[in-house]
Design a protein around this ligand. Structure first.
Ligand code: FEO
Length: 389
């Protein structure tokens, strides 16, 4: 796809619209892009390669953009194979290329790729620069956003931040997302980078000292306008602050009865004027989408069926995901269902109690098999507590 960046900076990335699961875990119904950029100056620098799945098309884009010139430097900002997967091919095409990375990049690269690094590397550290002629690359280390070797690059003549996975989103570039940037960028952020809020905050602090006019991420669209909006979103997300007031009601139901209780509870919240109420069936909906909503809103209610002395597995899985993504600073209510000794409530509560600054509100509601009128007072009391939180 032809994407204009500037006279000297060319987009040579590719769309992948046939991958079944990104990272073998995330559905990408509108595909994903592997972005790669070429900076043409006295010296030519390539900013990352692409996943091996897109190598052929990328090579063709690269050769066309080069117009007979050769690549002098390959800047490796991130080693994950969705970006580094074509480094071997680049070295075959341009054996004299210098690979630019940091100490961690070159320590890890041989674990993934069989590439002879002898005499081919330039190791950079925080604050180092590389002149291409009129363009100047400034290297900024971004460890654990979301891998240890990650770095970003600020090109100071055109004021472009090459941001690695930062500010990336799911969706091929030729797909005009009617929901805008935030929906799929948020799902990408919380599921892939969510655990690493503190390193993202550290990077944002460094970025605040730069005059950025354009952001070129490794996935998703190039951001040219209103950059404060995107940076503000990343600040909210990485500081674990809720983005919107609202309640996610997530249920795990075996035969539908816990689901009915969850729907009824959501209605009670709406009647109380709660700004936004989202109901999600954990057995059927995209787990990554539900994780995204859990972080988006300030409150969450879990409705789970008891199962094998614990909670129905999709709820256990959901809570495991939230735990590993450092879910925190939220208010949570619990509805459990059990036909004989209910165990779901204490199981969910036990996991929530391991999380930082999660307030569990009373009462915990217990339903026996199906919701009855006698359950309504407890549900109304929980709805009052959640609506008022
Ligand atoms: Fe897009 Fe972390 O790789």
């Amino acid at each position: 796809m032809k994407i204009e960046i500037s006279e000297a900076v060319k987009y040579i990335g590719v769309d992948d619209k046939t991958i079944d699961l990104f990272e073998s875990q995330y559905v990408v119904p509108e595909g994903v892009s592997y972005n790669s950029y070429l900076i043409m100056d006295e010296k030519v620098a390539l900013m990352d390669t692409v996943d091996a799945r897109g190598m052929k098309e990328w090579e063709s884009n690269l050769m066309e953009a080069l117009g007979g010139r050769k690549v002098d430097y390959l800047v490796i900002q991130h080693l994950e194979p969705d970006h580094a997967g074509s480094i071997g091919r680049l070295v075959e095409l341009f054996p004299d290329v210098t690979l630019v990375g940091n100490a961690k990049t070159f320590a890890m690269l041989p674990q993934f790729f069989d590439i002879d690094l002898e005499g081919r590397t330039m190791t950079v550290a925080e604050g180092d620069t590389l002149s291409l002629g009129s363009h100047m690359l400034n290297f900024v280390m971004a460890p654990m956003v979301h891998w240890p070797e990650v770095m970003v690059t600020y090109e100071s003549s055109e004021k472009i931040l090459f941001s690695a996975d930062g500010f990336g989103k799911f969706g091929a570039l030729d797909y005009d997302d009617p929901e805008g940037w935030a929906c799929e960028a948020r799902r990408y952020y919380f599921n892939i980078v969510g655990k690493y809020g503190a390193p993202v905050q550290a990077l944002l602090k460094k970025a605040a000292g730069l005059d950025i006019q354009m952001i070129c991420p490794l996935h998703g669209p190039i951001l040219k306008e209103n950059l404060g909006y995107y940076i503000g979103m990343y600040d909210t997300w990485s500081s674990y602050k809720p983005e919107n007031k609202g309640v996610l009601v997530a249920f795990a139901s075996i035969h539908g009865n816990t689901g009915k209780a969850a729907e009824r509870f959501a209605e009670m919240l709406r009647q109380r004027g709660v700004e936004k109420v989202v109901v999600s069936d954990l057995a059927r909906e995209d787990m990554a989408e539900v994780i995204e909503d859990a972080f988006r809103y300030d409150r969450m209610v879990l409705a789970g069926a008891s199962y094998d002395g614990g909670v129905f597995p999709c709820m256990q899985d959901f809570l495991h995901h939230l735990q590993s993504k450092a879910y925190q600073n939220r208010t949570v209510g619990i509805i459990e269902n059990g036909s004989w000794g209910p165990t779901a409530g204490r199981t969910m509560k036990g996991i929530l109690e391991t999380m930082k600054n999660v307030t569990i509100v009373d009462p915990m509601v217990t339903i026996k098999s199906t919701m009855k009128d006698t359950d309504l007072p407890a549900m109304e009391a929980l709805a009052d507590a959640i609506a008022g939180a």
